[in-house]
Structure formats: C-alpha cells, structure tokens
Design a protein around this ligand. Structure first.
Ligand SMILES: [Zn+2]
Length: 295
C-alpha cells in the first residue's frame, strides 16, 4: 500500500487506559454486560482466534472455546500490559500491527473479534476487508461498534441539544478519531465484505450515570442481559455486538504459513531470536520481549 494512503491511527502507546477507564473508572457494568454478549455470541469451538485491538487483554480470557489467541494491537505498551496480565503462555501470541495491514496470511483464522476498536477507525471498510481476508471461509467475526442511533442521541437531537442527526447513515466523528456508526451502514459494509450477519445484540442500554449510581449493579446487568435479546429487531443502545460469518464469495486458498509482511505481503520469513526477516523484501521486523512488531 502507498504510505500516503495510510489512514491515521489512534495510538494508545503509553496510555494507562486499562487502569483509568476500566479498573478505577466505575465501568463494571459495561465490562459485565460485554462479557455476557461475548459468551452468547462467540461459543463455537475453533483453533485460531484473532483479537484486533486487544489492548491490555481485558476480554482475552473470555474467548474460551478457541485454542490459540493472537492479540493484535497497534500499541506495544498495551500488549506489554496484556502480557503482564495473561503471561507468556503458549496459548497467547502478541503482535503489534495495524488493522489496515493485518500481518497474517489469508484464510488463517477460525474467528476474529473487534471490540471497542472500530470506534477509532477512520476507514472502517478497509479494516473489514482485511478481516475477511484473514478469516477462513465460514470463520466467525464478532464486531462491537458504537451506535450513533442510540436513544440518548435521538432524544438530544429531537430536543435541539445535539446538532448531528442520529438517523443519518454517515459516521459521526464526535472527537478526533472517535467515531459512532449507524447500524444500517455497518450491516452494509459487512455484506459488502462477504461477512454475513448472523445475530445482533444491543449492549449497555443503561450506560447513564444516574442509573449506575441508583440501581444495584447486579440488577442493571440482569436488565441489560434481557434487553440484549431484542438486538435483532431494533438497535437503540450505545453499543452493538454483531456476529457475522465469512461467506464463500472469496474462496481462500489452502493456508501455508502464518505471518505476511505488511510491507510487501511476502509470506516467507527467516526467524531469528530478535527479529523476523522477510525473505521477499528483506525488511526486518523486531521481536521485542515476545511481541512480534509489524509496524
Ligand atoms: Zn516484505
């Protein structure tokens, strides 16, 4: 890919996002309802799962039915935090790379997930195209996205408290590299990329400060768990989980190899303790404390 065509990347390098947002940020409600959605949607047995935007590995232990999990994140420091949490167990492989150039051969994965990540992508269609490329035919894709057509945004729009229209199909960038999407646009992009929608769950219906302060956590989680099941009929929650399956439109060739060079797409490497050398273009990619750095 032409380097000038590289979309901007939201980089969490050096960020204490996990600690501030999840651990001391009163996000137990969001965390628990996400766990329920993942359990409901991603319970198929499989070998390789790719977690795109894995961050510090908060969701990684939840992919219980897959044998090996590849954690991909742009930020090396997020992956170091994930390593500290999950360990250098052979079940996990840590890869620093970007969602627009997934450094893997085509058809490698039985499943892929992208949770709270599309939210930061300026070119979501490009990333979805990459997801389909690395999935096997019939492989599963679990996508979470921020829904612009949520009840709070609709009410704010109707009462003149918000300028942007939640019913409009275009993404809204409400802060730099933070996007909310329309469910219809997402369904269209999935279909366009040979990812067939199977089921949708709406999540985090009660993400409102006063509810979280006044209603016990357990009750709020149970209510959300019920409300999730209406996700195929309407989507008015701030977060939506969509499960899709890779079709057979782009039948992939038998898989040979694992990594693919993001610079030249070469699939042959010479692996040394400190780096991977691409045998096609000669570029050396660092291996830093067990993290394969393809960026
Ligand atoms: Zn190369």
């Amino acid at each position: 890919m032409n380097p000038s065509a590289q979309p901007p990347i939201c980089n969490y390098e050096g960020s204490n996002y996990q600690q501030v947002f999840w651990e001391s940020g009163e996000r137990q409600y969001e965390d628990q309802v996400e766990a329920i959605a993942i359990r409901r949607l991603l319970n198929q047995p499989g070998e390789y799962l790719l977690e795109i935007g894995a961050g510090a590995g908060r969701n990684t232990p939840r992919y219980r039915t897959y044998q090996r999990i590849v954690l991909l994140d742009y930020s090396i420091s997020q992956l170091e935090q994930a390593q500290a949490r999950l360990g250098q167990h052979q079940r996990y492989l840590y890869v620093a790379g970007d969602a627009y150039h997934l450094p893997f051969v085509a058809g490698l994965f039985d499943a892929a997930t992208m949770i709270r990540t599309l939210h930061h992508l300026a070119q979501p269609q490009l990333a979805l195209q990459q997801v389909r490329r690395v999935l096997k035919d019939g492989g599963f894709f679990l996508l979470e996205y921020a829904n612009k057509q949520n009840l709070k945004a609709i009410l704010r729009y109707w009462f003149g408290r918000q300028a942007w229209n939640p019913f409009d199909l275009a993404p809204i960038e409400f802060a730099e590299l933070n996007f909310d999407f329309h469910p219809k646009a997402i369904r269209h992009w999935l279909a366009e990329n040979d990812l067939q929608l199977i089921r949708q769950l709406t999540v985090s219906h009660f993400r409102l400060g006063f509810l979280k302060r006044t209603i016990p956590l357990k009750v709020l989680v149970a209510l959300d768990s019920l409300a999730q099941l209406t996700g195929n009929w309407w989507q008015l929650s701030p977060s939506v989980f969509a499960l899709a399956q890779a079709g057979e439109m782009r039948k992939s060739a038998p898989v040979n190899g694992f990594f693919a060079c993001p610079q030249c797409e070469g699939e042959q490497f010479h692996e040394l303790p400190t780096h991977m050398e691409c045998l096609t273009c000669g570029r050396q990619w660092e291996i830093r404390n067990g993290i394969y750095v393809f960026r």
